[in-house]
Design a protein around this ligand. Structure first.
Ligand code: CP
Ligand code: NVA
Length: 301
C-alpha cells in the first residue's frame, strides 16, 4: 500500500520522532560532505500550480543529493491547463515516478490526484495546509530550543491561512500550546480548533498572544491566490506586524520563524527578520533535510 503525506494526520507521533532523528542524521552527513544514495534509481515528479522557490529547490536538492532524479512541471506548461484530468495525470505519472509532490489550490485537487496515483503523493502546499513546512519549522524549534513538547508558540496575522491551519493541526502530534493572534475573520474554522482539544487559544490582542512565548511565527498577509483581497487584508491585519516591540514581550531567547517569502514592513519588520532572534534561514535550509527523511520514508517504506 502506498502512503501519501497530504496532512499532518497522515503520520503518527512516533513516526514524526523517527523522521526527525533521520533528518538530523542526514543533516549531519551533509555537513560532513558524505554521499548518501538511499534513493538511487528513484524518480520524483514535482507539479506546481502556484509559484515556489524553497519547495521547488529543496525537493530537487533532496532528491538529487540522495542519488535520485526529479522532473518539475507546472500546470500551465503541461496538459493540466488544457483540461487533462488530475486522475489521468496521476495515473500516467505513476508509470514514470516513485513519488509525486503537488502544490495546488483546493484540497479537493490534492485528494483527487492522490486517489488516482499509485505512488505516494506529498502536499507541497494547498489551501488547507503546508505540512512539509511545519515539519521543517518544528525541527528548527527542536534544534534551537530542545523538545517542542510543552513549549508555547504564538502565530500572528492570518491564522486561517494554510500555515495557521497546519500549526493548529500540529499541536495534536507535537504536544505544544499555540496562541493565535488575529482579528475576527482571520481565525481557523471552529471544527479545526475543536480537534486541537484545548491546546489552541485564539486572541485578538497580538501582545497577549506573544506574551512569554518560546517561539513567535508569522506568515504573509496575502497568500497565493488571494491577491485581489490584498488591500483589505493590509488594512485588517495592520496591527499584527511582528516588530521589535512585540517580540520583546516573548521569552528572552525566543526564536522567530517565517516560512518565507517575507514582506518586510508588512507582517514582519526588517529588524526582527534580520535580527538575532530570527531562525528563518535555518528554517529554510531544514526544509531540505526534513524532506529527505520524508522521501525515504514514503518511497522506501
Ligand atoms: N515556504 C515555502 O513554501 O516557500 P516557496 O513558496 O518559495 O516554496
Ligand atoms: N501562506 C503562504 C505560504 C507561502 C509559502 C501562501 O500560501 O502563499
Amino acid at each position: 500500500m502506498k502512503r501519501d503525506f497530504l496532512t499532518l494526520a497522515d503520520m503518527t507521533e512516533a513516526e514524526y520522532r523517527s523522521l526527525f532523528d533521520r533528518a538530523r542524521e542526514l543533516k549531519e552527513s551533509r555537513k560532513r560532505r558524505e554521499v548518501v544514495t538511499t534513493l538511487a534509481g528513484r524518480h520524483l515528479v514535482l507539479i506546481f500550480e502556484k509559484s515556489s522557490t524553497r519547495t521547488h529547490l529543496s525537493f530537487e536538492a533532496a532528491m538529487y543529493q540522495l542519488g535520485g532524479t526529479v522532473t518539475t512541471i507546472t500546470s500551465s506548461g503541461s496538459q493540466i491547463a488544457r483540461g487533462e484530468t488530475l486522475e489521468d495525470t496521476g495515473r500516467v505519472i505513476s508509470g514514470y515516478a516513485d513519488g509525486i509532490m503537488f502544490r495546488t489550490f483546493g484540497d479537493d485537487r490534492l485528494n483527487t490526484l492522490a486517489k488516482a496515483a499509485t505512488v505516494p503523493v506529498i502536499n507541497g502546499l494547498s489551501e488547507g495546509g503546508h505540512p512539509v513546512q511545519i515539519l521543517a519549522d518544528l525541527f528548527t524549534v527542536e534544534e534551537r530550543l530542545g523538545s517542542v513538547a510543552g513549549k508555547t508558540l504564538a502565530f500572528l496575522g492570518d491564522c486561517a491561512s494554510n500555515m495557521g491551519r497546519s500549526f493548529v493541526e500540529a499541536t495534536r502530534f507535537f504536544g505544544f500550546d499555540l496562541r493565535l493572534g488575529c482579528p475576527e475573520g482571520y481565525r481557523p474554522a471552529d471544527a479545526l480548533l475543536a480537534e486541537a482539544g484545548g491546546r489552541v487559544k485564539v486572541l485578538t490582542s497580538p501582545a497577549e498572544a506573544v506574551q512569554g512565548a518560546d517561539v513567535v511565527v508569522t506568515d504573509v498577509w496575502t497568500s497565493m491566490g488571494q491577491e485581489e483581497e490584498s488591500a483589505k487584508r493590509m488594512k485588517d491585519l495592520a496591527g499584527y506586524q511582528l516588530d521589535e516591540a512585540l517580540l520583546a514581550k516573548a521569552k528572552p531567547g525566543a526564536i522567530v520563524l517565517h516560512c518565507l517569502p517575507a514582506h518586510r514592513g508588512e507582517e514582519i519588520s526588517a529588524g526582527v527578520i534580520d535580527g538575532p532572534q530570527s531562525a528563518v534561514w535555518d528554517e529554510a535550509e531544514n526544509r531540505m533535510h526534513v524532506q529527505k527523511a520524508l522521501l525515504e520514508k514514503l518511497i522506501l517504506g
